[in-house]
Design a protein around this ligand. Structure first.
Ligand code: GTQ
Length: 339
């Protein structure tokens, strides 16, 4: 009998078939079992490495001077779908224009004087500002100021790699001409909108969210109860739809108030955190990760987690998650844990 089954399986294989009984043996997992693990990157190590990269890596060697938060349990990604990078642009440098399928965001960590040019609009950026470069938008950066600038890049490139849908085009112009007046998108995407401009309902226009506005919003909602699992949460909303930042990622600012402790939960989206201000502890599964300004860490899907601000000053985190993607395909689930 066993021989007959083996012979049958060989016959199936010779015709490019496979019996389901050959793949699925025994019990299947009853809930998600992530293949990748939490990881914590120390800001001190990251910034020291970038200082070195500034000395030894020229823009002739690398199109962008970028260091990735490389999750060793994944290889080539911070989570299964997203990557968090640090980019340095020195005074006088131009990072040339290109466009690609991956959607990207920037959160500015240090310096001022650089301009990000996206789809013909030049955005002047400074510390704490947040800028989107949605999928297939031309983008280049020029630092004509006197200071080195560093920012976080968040991209959905691991997802694009998985889907194999990448298009990638270097800009034959090298640098884009600026074709829109200063402040164009901000002035036309608020409460006043030109009637003839048709907006793409999937990809938002490139947008710059100034730190000054983020800070103002934090101070207006800071006394409210907030979210039991994340504290005060502000999402960088798609300016057209009010929905998530990009179709594939939600970017947010979280604030944990003086000594605030959140409740424990888990969900089917994975979350990447970067500590913008303050210090605290996040418990992921059964491990404690103590973090301080400049650190980054990732919480893979379905890991229980909770946060604690261990200081009396507010802790502010820049956060990126693939929740919109999971929600769009009906895979988003969330589960609270009784403490
Ligand atoms: O700024 O265009 O971190 O193309 C990785 C790839 C940044 C960018 C990254 C990129 C960019």
């Amino acid at each position: 009998m066993a021989d007959a089954l083996k012979a049958f399986e060989a016959e199936l294989e010779s015709k490019n078939f496979k019996g389901y009984w050959q793949n699925v043996q025994g019990d299947v997992d009853r809930e998600p079992v992530p293949s990748f693990e939490p990881c914590h990157w120390k800001g001190k190590d990251l910034f020291a490495a970038m200082e070195k990269a500034g000395d030894v890596v020229g823009l002739d060697v690398s199109f962008r001077r970028v260091i990735q938060m490389w999750n060793p349990s994944l290889k080539n990604g911070t989570s299964r779908t997203l990557v968090l990078n640090l980019q340095l642009l020195k005074p006088g440098e131009d990072a040339l224009s290109h466009r690609h399928m991956a959607g990207a965001i920037r959160f500015i960590l240090k310096g001022h004087g650089t301009r990000l040019i996206v789809e013909g609009e030049s955005f002047e950026i400074g510390e704490g500002d947040f800028v989107t470069t949605p999928s297939w938008t031309w983008h280049d950066h020029e630092n004509h100021g006197g200071q080195a600038m560093m920012w976080l890049d968040g991209l959905d490139s691991p997802l694009v790699r998985l889907l194999e849908t990448d298009f990638h085009e270097p800009d034959p112009r090298k640098k884009q001409p600026v074709t829109k007046p200063e402040g164009y998108t901000l002035a036309t995407m608020g409460a006043l909108r030109p009637s003839w401009v048709r907006q793409n309902s999937i990809q938002p226009p490139a947008f710059c969210y100034k730190w000054e506005d983020t800070e103002k919003a934090l101070s207006k909602v800071g006394e409210q109860p907030g979210d039991p699992y994340d504290g005060i949460v502000l999402e960088y909303a798609n300016p057209v739809t009010g929905g998530p930042t990009l179709p594939t990622m939600s970017c947010q600012i979280h604030m944990l108030r003086s000594n605030e402790k959140t409740k424990t939960h888990r969900h089917t989206s994975s979350t990447i955190y970067h500590v913008w201000k303050g210090s605290g502890v996040t418990t992921i599964g059964d491990k404690r990760y103590e973090w301080e300004k400049g650190d980054s860490f990732v919480v893979p899907l379905w890991y229980h987690h909770r946060h604690e601000n261990t200081s009396k000053d507010p802790a502010v985190l820049f956060v990126m998650s693939d929740k919109p993607l999971m929600a769009a395909i009906g895979h988003y689930r969330e589960d609270a844990k009784a403490d």
